[in-house]
Design a protein around this ligand. Structure first.
Ligand code: SAM
Length: 286
């Protein structure tokens, strides 16, 4: 089977199997070999690595991963792609394809089985409709990870990288920056995909921290506080926190903590750093 990272070979495979793109699965296949090589380089995949790929599609990037990694596990939801993958990946004996929804798969179990629980690399051209749940799921379930190198909407990559006081700053920025060092590796125009998405994309690498850059007494509670702070973006932090039923904090308590931190009562969540959120949640918990 020829390599797929170009329009001619991709179209040939799609026609051979009479494949119809499913919009609901966010299917935009890569057709540019330079971009594919750059992704593998950015992810620093070597023959020591076990790589998990989310959404292999017809196996375009999977071929590159199989060439460069020791072991590849690819999780694909669309059953119509499974016979195609059996064909396009037939030359490799270091690939396991799992026909499942990535949000339902026990990735910790896969890492245990395939890499004896040692950290894996995740490399993917993600289905954009579930970018955030996929990333949060990987971090919050504490899958042993070296890094996550993913293609996402450019705007989402920006959100992961920015700091306080910018319009893109939010719960996703804080969560990503708590667990990992985010680095945008390249911007990818819509012309590199088939079919073309409506937006530009970016490849971002999230390198997992050994230890988080801040310490919170209760990580779960800190993320509840962060989510509540951004739930009602145009409201003050005081209102966001006291309106969130799950936090059970009074307005007086929030005002007291803000004063202790030297912050004004009118401050909004988008002005706080990760460090300040850790302190805020520790003081609210007391
Ligand atoms: N990796 C391929 C490429 O780069 O050409 C395809 C990328 S395409 C943007 C996203 C892929 O994720 C599709 O193959 C789609 O069927 C698959 N997908 C969508 N939702 C999924 C889910 N919940 N679990 C696993 N795979 C999913």
């Amino acid at each position: 089977m020829a390599t797929l990272g170009n329009p001619t070979n991709t179209i040939a495979v799609l026609q051979k199997y009479g494949f119809n793109f499913q919009k609901k699965y966010g299917q935009n296949f890569l057709i540019d070999s330079n971009i594919l090589e750059n992704i593998i380089d950015a992810a620093e995949v070597t023959k020591d690595d076990c790589v998990i790929e989310i959404g292999p599609g017809i196996g375009t990037m999977t071929q590159y991963l199989c060439e460069n990694a020791r072991e590849v596990v690819a999780v694909e939801i669309d059953k119509n792609l499974i016979p195609i993958l059996a064909d396009t990946l037939s030359a490799y004996d270091n690939i396991t394809v799992i026909n499942e929804d990535i949000l339902k798969v026990d990735i910790n179990k896969i890492v245990q089985e395939k890499n004896q629980g040692r950290p894996v690399k995740v490399v993917a051209n993600l289905p954009y409709y579930i970018t955030t749940p996929i990333i949060m799921g990987l971090f919050e379930s504490h899958v042993p990870l070296d890094s996550i190198t993913i293609m996402v909407q450019k705007e989402v990559a920006d959100r992961m990288q920015v700091g306080p006081g910018t319009k893109d700053y939010g719960a996703l920025s804080l969560a990503v920056q708590y667990y990992a060092d985010p680095q945008i590796e390249m911007i990818v125009p819509a012309t590199c995909f088939m079919p073309r998405p409506n937006v530009d994309s970016a490849v971002i690498k999230l390198t997992r921290y050994q230890n988080p850059p801040v310490q919170a007494l209760d990580e779960g509670f800190m993320f509840d506080v962060i989510r509540a702070s951004f739930n009602q973006r145009r409201k003050t932090l005081v209102n966001g926190l006291t309106n969130a039923g799950n936090l059970k904090v009074s307005k007086d308590k929030v005002l007291e903590v803000l004063e202790e931190m030297g912050l004004p009562a009118t401050i909004r969540g988008e002005a706080l750093t990760l460090e300040q959120f850790a302190r805020l949640s520790d003081l609210l918990r007391k």
